[in-house]
Design a protein around this ligand. Structure first.
Ligand code: GTP
Ligand code: MG
Length: 316
């Protein structure tokens, strides 16, 4: 069996080392990565992908650790991708001793990986999608994706997640701004974390007031929950709400969301492949430098040059 087949087998069996190796190949944008994803793809589409987003420091990672604990208690396996985090997961404590002991063998229970912009050579969005595919194919029941919102992350959480949880915290000052900046539309569930702090109730009523104004009818009314990630308070309720949303999706919206995601991914794949191939051709034919010179000399601009190339290729 070749290295690729071995990795694919390992991932499908939930082997930690195979998953880790495959993710490294993805981060390094190695050609093997794409082959592996193609082979894993038929086994994807089973995990419930939960997006967790919100301002820096609102407690996303802490809350995710508590969610993992709850999910493990229910016998669910979990994969986590933290996209460009400013602080790493603290790890350890939430796993519980039984699981931690198995960590180095073949525990299929939990797999956590942070991915930084600097690591993802082929682009963070693509790398994140591929890592989700890997964790999904590895048999994880739930895949959690943590990103910083809103508009600060390269990864559009709605494009990768089935259920989007927006985590805010009182006193961050930018809560309402964050909501206005577009988090509002994407949230399936709002969480006001750090409920142990002052003003948590004020934050909740602010969000509720904004939700009242939102008249969009999608059949799902986002609710606002209160948690204290440090103690785990409210985490059971959050998980119940996530489950509720998952059930709601099964009533029909799931297929639509899946289709949207597949279309986005297809568009991205075409953009990447076609662009790469055109640029390679140009470089091989020596046209690349000529075009750059023309743009430098202000005889044309990048967009007109691209337009011209497109017209030329359509004629061929
Ligand atoms: N008082 C209080 N502090 C909390 C709570 N949840 C998290 N924190 C603290 O808030 C800080 C940030 O928590 P993180 O979980 O790292 O926040 P994050 O949203 O993942 O942060 P980034 O990944 O950097 O965007 C840490 O010091 C946590 O201990 C909470 O419920 N109450
Ligand atoms: Mg974090």
């Amino acid at each position: 069996m070749g290295q690729i087949e071995q990795l694919v087998q390992g991932v499908l069996q939930g082997n930690r080392r195979s998953i880790a190796k495959t993710i490294t190949l993805i981060e390094n944008n190695e050609p093997e990565a794409q082959k592996i994803i193609s082979m894993l793809y038929p086994k994807t589409g089973r995990a419930h992908v939960i997006g967790v987003t919100g301002p820096t420091g609102s407690g996303k990672s802490t809350l995710i650790e508590k969610l993992i604990g709850e999910l493990r208690k229910r016998g669910k396996t979990v994969g986590v991708v933290a996209v460009d985090p400013s602080s790493p997961f603290t790890g350890g404590a939430f796993l519980g001793d039984r699981v931690r002991m198995q960590e180095h063998s073949t525990d299929v229970g939990v797999f956590i990986r942070s991915m930084a912009t600097r690591n993802a050579l082929g682009g963070l969005a693509k790398a994140t999608r591929d890592v989700i595919h890997v964790l999904d194919a590895s048999g994880k029941d739930v895949v959690i994706v943590e990103t910083v919102g809103a508009g600060q992350s390269e990864v559009e959480i709605v494009e990768v997640a089935q259920t989007v949880v927006v985590i805010l915290a009182p006193g961050l000052g930018d809560d309402i701004q964050a909501i206005k900046a577009g988090i509002m539309e994407i949230a399936d569930i709002f969480v006001v974390n750090k409920a142990d702090r002052e003003n948590a109730n004020k934050a909740i009523s602010d969000i509720q007031a904004m939700l009242e104004m939102n008249t969009e009818k999608t059949g799902w009314k986002p609710s606002v929950l209160k948690t204290t990630a440090l103690t785990g308070e409210g985490v059971t309720e959050l998980l119940a709400k996530i489950e509720e949303h998952k059930e709601h999706l099964k009533m029909g919206a799931l297929e639509a969301r899946r289709k949207e995601k597949v279309e986005t991914e297809l568009a991205e794949a075409i953009k990447q492949k076609v662009a790469e191939s055109i640029i390679e051709d140009l470089k091989r034919e020596g046209e690349w430098k000529k075009l750059a010179q023309k743009i430098l000399a202000r005889e044309t601009d990048p967009y007109s040059a691209a337009d011209m190339l497109l017209k030329k290729s359509k004629r061929n």
